[in-house]
Design a protein around this ligand. Structure first.
Ligand code: KG4
Ligand code: ZN
Length: 345
C-alpha cells in the first residue's frame, strides 16, 4: 500500500501567515493561521511589514503545524504555496520558503492561485459542488463572480471596477472611527441600526452584466458621515449608517449573484473570502437559495478568510492532474496576469 498523500499548504499572500497539513485532499491534520495584528496600528496593511512578519513567522508556524499534525517533514509528499495574486513581497517569502523546503525534502512544490483556492475552500467541509455552479469571492482585495464547470474550468462573469467590497467596508469603518479591519465591526453595528435610515445607491444594478462598483457607495457614506461632526459620534447614527451601507452592499451582491444563477441554471452557489463571514449576506443568500432549490455552500469563518487549508487542497488536486511546472511558481501580483480569467470552460 502506498503512503498517504500529505500536502503541506502555505499561504502568505497578504497579512495572514497560514500553514496546513492535508491528508488525501480531505482530512485536515492541522491548520494554523497567524493574523498580523501589527497592521491595526496603521489602519491598513503595510506591505513591507507584512513581508517581514511572514519571514519571521513562517518557519516556526511550519514546525508547529507539523507537530500538531503528528507528521515528520520526511512524511510530506508535496508542498503547495500561494503564488498569486497578492502583495509581491509577501508572496515571494512564501514561494522562496516552499521551494527551499521542497528541495531539501526532494518532494514536488506546486504554486496555487489564491482566488482559485477561495473558489474551492468550501469543498473541505461541503464536498464537491453540484455543477454547474456559481461562486462569489468577496474579500479585502477581490469581488469576483465566477461560473464553475469543474476544477480548472471557470468562466469569469464579473469583478469590481474599483474598490473590492471588503475594501469599501474597511474604508467606511475607518471614516466612522472603527478599528481595522472594519468589516466585522460594521457588520456587528449594522445589526442594531435602521437599514432604511439612509437611502444609499445600489451600484450597477440598473446595468446588464455582472460587474460591481463600490467606490460611489463608499463616497455616499463618507458624505453622510461628515454630518456626524467631530468624534465621539452619536452611536445610534453610526449604527444607522452601518445598517444602511450594509443593506446596499447585500442587495447589490445578492441581485448580481441571483442573476448569474438564473442565467447559468446553476445548481449550487459557493461563497469564499473574508466578507463571506458577513451575517446579513449569509442570511440573505440562505433564504434566496432555499427559495430556488440551489445548494448554498458557505465555508466556516476560518476557511472563508485567507488560509492555507484551501491552498493545500487546490495544490493536491493540481498534483493529481499532472506534475507541477516551474511557471506555476512564478510570483504574480494581479489576478488578470495569472491566466485564470479567460481560461476555457
Ligand atoms: O479574505 P480576507 O481574510 O483577506 C483578503 O482580503 O484576501 O478578507 C478580509 C476582508 C476585510 O476587508 C474584512 O473587513 C472583511 O474581509 N470582513 C468582513 C467581515 N469579516 C471580514 N466584511 C464584512 N462583514 C464581515 N463580517
Ligand atoms: Zn483572500
Amino acid at each position: 500500500m502506498s503512503a498517504a498523500a500529505l500536502v503541506l499548504g502555505i499561504e502568505t499572500s497578504c497579512d495572514d501567515t497560514s500553514v496546513a497539513v492535508l491528508e488525501e485532499a480531505r482530512r485536515l491534520r492541522s491548520h494554523l493561521i497567524a493574523s498580523q495584528d501589527l497592521h491595526r496600528l496603521y489602519g491598513g496593511v503595510v506591505p513591507e511589514l507584512a513581508a517581514r512578519a511572514h519571514l519571521e513567522l513562517l518557519p516556526r508556524l511550519v514546525e508547529r503545524g507539523l507537530a500538531e499534525a503528528e507528521v515528520t517533514p520526511h512524511k510530506l509528499t508535496a508542498v503547495a504555496v500561494t503564488r498569486a495574486p497578492g502583495l509581491v513581497g509577501s508572496l515571494v517569502v512564501g514561494v522562496a520558503f516552499a521551494r527551499a523546503y521542497g528541495f531539501a525534502l526532494g518532494i514536488p512544490v506546486v504554486g496555487v492561485n489564491h482566488i482559485e483556492a477561495h473558489l474551492h475552500a468550501a469543498a473541505l467541509e461541503h464536498g464537491a459542488a453540484p455543477l454547474p455552479a456559481v461562486a462569489l469571492v468577496v474579500s479585502g482585495g477581490h469581488t469576483e463572480l465566477v461560473e464553475m464547470q469543474g476544477f480548472g474550468r471557470y468562466r469569469w462573469l464579473g469583478s469590481t471596477r474599483d474598490d473590492a467590497v471588503g475594501e469599501a467596508y474597511d474604508k467606511v469603518a475607518k471614516r466612522l472611527g472603527l478599528p481595522f479591519p472594519g468589516g466585522p465591526h460594521v457588520d456587528r453595528l449594522a445589526a442594531t441600526g435602521d437599514s432604511c435610515a439612509f437611502d444609499f445607491p445600489r451600484p450597477m444594478l440598473d446595468r446588464p452584466g455582472f460587474d460591481f462598483s463600490f467606490s460611489g457607495l463608499k463616497t455616499a457614506v463618507a458624505l453622510e458621515a461628515e454630518a456626524l461632526g467631530e468624534p465621539p459620534f452619536d452611536p445610534a447614527r453610526v449604527a444607522d449608517l452601518c445598517a444602511s451601507f450594509q443593506a446596499a452592499v447585500v442587495d447589490t451582491l445578492t441581485a448580481k449573484t441571483l442573476r448569474a444563477i438564473e442565467q447559468i441554471g446553476a445548481r449550487s452557489l459557493t461563497l469564499g473570502g473574508g466578507v463571506a463571514c458577513n451575517r446579513a449576506l449569509r442570511e440573505r443568500l440562505t433564504d434566496e437559495c432555499a427559495a430556488r432549490g440551489v445548494a448554498l455552500r458557505i465555508p466556516s469563518p476560518r476557511l472563508c478568510a485567507d488560509n492555507a487549508a484551501m491552498v493545500a487542497l487546490v495544490g493536491a488536486w493540481s498534483l493529481a492532474a499532472g506534475p507541477p511546472s516551474e511557471a506555476q511558481l512564478e510570483v504574480v501580483a494581479s489576478l488578470e496576469e495569472t491566466g485564470l480569467i479567460g481560461a476555457p470552460v
